[in-house]
Unconditional design. Structure first.
Length: 334
């Protein structure tokens, strides 16, 4: 990957060999970033640039592209992975986990899942019976993951592996049988140590990365709090645009963070001063249909209602960078 832009404490990254459509913004201390040769040092496989024909070698690649490696001391999160306290999660263990695509739906799905990978105190969740397109990384203290039989013990419905009912007929899902059939073990119950909830309060103000134009940071108000979820609304936008975000999201910051890190912040637009797209709160920045930084008409506005709903639901218009498979479904903003 290449750093293509730096703004305050945030960086824009580009996948070498791929379209700019896949560029994305992260905080400089993002735990998903690794220094060059990290994979080599940790027995991992690094994905080479698209159409790269030679065996990948960092020294050769840097020489050919006439580029420099990012300094290793920039990678505080991943450089110290080895010092993380050992936890009781193991690759292959079973658990119950929230399907994050259903986070904004009235009926959330909690599914049979497997620990697919581990990095320090973070685990990769894989939903049994599904492709890895739906995998996600989460901290071991997350409230999105639960021990086996958690649904039974808490009056929730557990979604069995995809295709399991076709194989088993109408027979109810049984963890005892499934663990035996898959020759697997559950994550120990005492491995699930919940972090304390943050002290967020309704009607207080935060700074947040714009959901649909992630180069921007906006002023937002917390309009509701449920456990570790915050419902936030950008200042100047209609109340329909309020959405839920996890309270440990790297995209939320305290008031003054932008000033402290020298990052621009969007000033709310007066409601009577509508942009040409006629979306209240929009200032013409961003484009839902191209890489341009602005728009004029509503169909190109990233805050246009249908486009906004898909973004809130976590649905991307882009096909998978490696598999070229897209996923879509209907959803609503709650």
């Amino acid at each position: 990957m290449t750093v293509v832009e730096v703004c305050g404490y945030r960086i824009k990254l580009h996948f070498d060999g791929y379209s700019d459509d896949y560029d994305f913004w992260v905080n400089a201390d993002c735990p998903d970033l690794f220094y060059p040769k990290w994979c080599e040092h940790n027995s991992r496989i690094v994905q080479p640039p698209k159409n790269y024909e030679n065996n990948f070698d960092w020294n050769n690649y840097l020489r050919v592209t006439n580029t420099l490696p990012a300094p290793i001391w920039n990678f505080v999160s991943t450089y110290n992975l080895g010092s993380c306290k050992k936890n009781k999660f193991q690759i292959g263990n079973k658990l119950e986990a929230l399907d994050k695509l259903t986070r904004v739906l009235p009926k959330q799905l909690i599914c049979v899942a497997t620990v697919a990978d581990i990095l320090g105190n973070r685990i990769r969740i894989h939903f049994d019976g599904w492709s890895d397109d739906f995998d996600y990384w989460t901290d071991i203290t997350s409230t999105n993951i639960h021990p086996v039989r958690w649904c039974d013990n808490n009056g929730r419905i557990l979604t069995p592996p995809n295709g399991y009912n076709d194989f088993k007929g109408k027979k109810p899902f049984s963890w005892t049988e499934y663990l035996r059939e898959t020759n697997s073990k559950p994550v120990p119950e005492n491995a699930f140590v919940r972090r304390p909830l943050r002290d967020f309060v309704i009607n207080t103000t935060i700074e947040v990365v714009d959901l649909v134009v992630p180069s921007l940071i906006r002023i937002a108000k917390i309009v509701d709090v449920k456990g570790d979820e915050l419902k936030i609304l950008y200042d100047g936008f209609d109340s329909n645009y309020a959405y839920w975000i996890e309270d440990d999201s790297p995209d939320i910051h305290p008031v003054g963070w932008s000033l402290k890190t020298n990052h621009p912040i969007e000033i709310p637009r007066e409601k009577e001063c509508l942009w040409s797209c006629k979306v209240i709160g929009c200032n013409g920045k961003g484009n839902s249909n191209s890489l341009t930084n602005n728009h004029i008409i509503a169909k190109d506005c990233p805050y246009e209602w249908d486009s906004w709903k898909k973004s809130v639901a976590g649905l991307s218009k882009l096909s998978d960078r490696l598999k070229n498979v897209s996923f879509s479904c209907d959803t609503v903003v709650q």
